[in-house]
Ligand binder design. Sequence first.
Ligand code: C5P
Length: 280
Amino acid sequence: MRLTAHAKINWALNVLGRRADGYHELDMLVQRVALADSLEFEPDDGLRLEVAGSDAPTDGRNLAYRAAAALRAACGVQAGALIRLTKRIPSQAGLGGGSADAAATLQGLNALWGCGLDQQQLAGIGLGLGADVPLCLQPGLMRAQGIGEHLSPLPGGRALDLVIVQPLEGLSTPAVFQAFALHKPERMADIQAGMALLQAGGGMDFGPLFNQLQPAAQALLPVIDTAQQALLANGAVFAQMSGSGSAVYGVFENARKAGQAQAALAADWPVCIQTKTIES
Ligand code: C5P
């Protein structure tokens, strides 16, 4: 069995507060994108992970492996599996690559092992693996609240043309949240207006959208701002960092303009990917 594990971008990210356990309450608008890793699952005696396209670990340091182990434990499964993961989503990018792999592993092995868990049960296991795993079980455009577990699917999300650029250095999520305490912007995303904009097909005024983690990430990695400016200079109608970074996406009016920008930017930015959001 083969599944694709799609990356996500954050259209909006507000940090509402910090919980006693250190996690932050968020209010986000998220959309899945066509860029995806792929995973193949087949029966095996033990639990094995093979990774192509990246030097990511193949043991418990990999979220896909941890997802398989968690599902196995939750369902009391004796069988094993071989998971072949082909990476295309850059890591430490804020694109949810590891979370998407974990979500697809839960879905794939739920089917392979006949566990019979529903979406909500898989999301419960997923949340124990990482805050972004539950949203990676959902397609299209959505609002994510709490630490990422309260999900509202938003119909009407469009397929918009994107170019994603990642500075060579990635960023660790905990480091960015730590820096947020010192770099909290006054500006917030207007979530209601953002939802209306993204659902209604209402023009290209991206003004309501904002990522409150970007100033903190930029303090750690100033080249994020350079990437954003480069996308805008090459025709993006809007550009912003995704999640906790370090990837920055630009929105283009059509695939041709996105393709031209990708070709121009690829000379300076080794990680430069043309893709589009997935409609809902
Ligand atoms: O859940 P995940 O492993 O993706 O989170 C990594 C780290 O990011 C957490 O340990 C925490 O420091 C930070 N985080 C947070 N608030 C969130 C999500 C992540 O503070 N909602």
